[in-house]
Design a protein around this ligand. Structure first.
Ligand SMILES: *Cc1c(COP(=O)(O)O)cnc(C)c1O
Length: 344
């Protein structure tokens, strides 16, 4: 990896962050708080929240087996993705490289930040071409995005292929693990010590069952987390989200059962789909959705919509011609989908 200083935008490296009242006095044991111009009338939400979400991070650190200082929490993964650009990429000069097809937010954030976005096609079977990705980089490439398990293809990439990118690229490598809980592969969050250039993204939006909270996670070196904290909005995760996140984590045994059921249903649905006449191919999935190639995805999509069943039509996405992306539902919802497809 290059020196961190050479990867970070000079204005961000020099930035003196906003210092809030809660940054300047961190204790909670005082009894009279007259420093933040909040209303003094207690209604449960009159005080500013903890800007660094320490309670949430402490509990998450224990669950994830990672130190709290290696965790950033944001307003969805979207914030953690946007910060890759705002911290590392000089608009109009730097670029990032990502795979295609993949999650759309990497490109949207690049466009918003006026950063060149280079995409490298997966193979037609959705294999990662690590050397092609490295070949697409140049001196102005600040980050590579790899989503594994990948959205919308569903497959996770072999560890050696992601390691190869991490070992041979001098900039930041972002591994988006939004779907890791459904995957047999190990998380890269355990590899932070091997790779100082690694940022691992996870989220409360999928397996944790809390998409409405808007809580995304980045795991990285303390140096990178410090930069993220310097640039984020001072109170980027609101009090109600922090409070509910603690409750969600307390229910982790329920979540584990839901994950097992979803994985079982994924295998059941994959088999069923493969047996249907209108389905040409079901791709292997390590996530909570299945990508399936059908004959005439647009027509099948419309037919399902008329029955009140909404899947995602990925026909226009690179390499995904005539593919539908189907999220695994409750067993009875999956039965309804199967029953409708059998009639077609
Ligand atoms: C769903 C998803 C996310 C989650 O985004 P949030 O902003 O945390 O809801 C992140 N990455 C990928 C690839 C996803 O599919």
């Amino acid at each position: 990896m290059k020196n961190l200083k050479d990867l970070v935008r000079p204005n961000i490296w020099a930035l003196k962050p906003y210092s809030s009242a809660r940054d300047e006095y961190k204790g909670f044991e005082a009894s009279v708080f007259l420093d933040a111009n909040e209303s003094a009338y207690n209604n449960g939400i009159n005080r500013y929240p903890d800007p660094l979400q320490l309670k949430v991070k402490t509990q998450l650190a224990e669950i994830k087996g990672v130190d709290a200082e290696n965790i950033f929490l944001g307003n969805g993964s979207d914030e953690a993705i946007d910060l890759v650009y705002r911290v590392f990429c000089e608009p109009g000069k730097d670029n990032v490289v990502a795979i295609s097809p993949t999650y759309g937010m990497y490109e949207v954030c690049a466009d918003i930040n006026n950063v060149e976005y280079r995409s490298v096609s997966l193979s037609s079977e959705f294999y990662l071409k690590s050397q092609d990705i490295l070949d697409a980089t140049d001196n102005n490439t600040k980050a590579i995005f790899v989503c594994s398990p990948n959205n919308p293809t569903g497959n996770a990439f072999p560890t050696e292929q992601i390691d190869y990118i991490l070992q041979n690229f001098e900039g930041i490598v972002v591994v988006d693990e939004a779907y890791i809980d459904y995957s047999p592969f190990d998380s890269y969050r355990f590899r932070l010590k091997d790779f100082p250039n690694l940022i691992v993204l996870q989220t409360f939006s999928k397996a944790w069952g809390a998409a409405a909270l808007r809580l995304g996670i980045a795991f990285a070196s303390k140096q990178i987390i410090d930069l993220y904290n310097k640039v984020k909005y001072p109170y980027n995760v609101n009090f109600l989200t922090q409070q509910r996140a603690l409750e969600v984590m307390a229910g982790k045994d329920d979540v584990a059962r839901q994950i097992s059921e979803t994985v079982r249903e994924r295998e059941r649905l994959s088999k069923k789909l493969s047996s249907l006449a209108c389905v040409k191919h079901v791709f292997t999935s390590d996530a909570n959705f299945i990508l399936a190639r059908v004959d005439d995805a647009c027509e099948k999509y419309d037919t399902l919509v008329r029955k009140g069943i909404i899947v995602r039509n990925r026909h226009r996405v690179q390499l995904c011609q005539d593919c539908l992306r189907i999220t695994i539902g409750l067993p009875e919802e999956n039965d309804i989908l199967i029953a409708e497809l059998e009639k077609i």
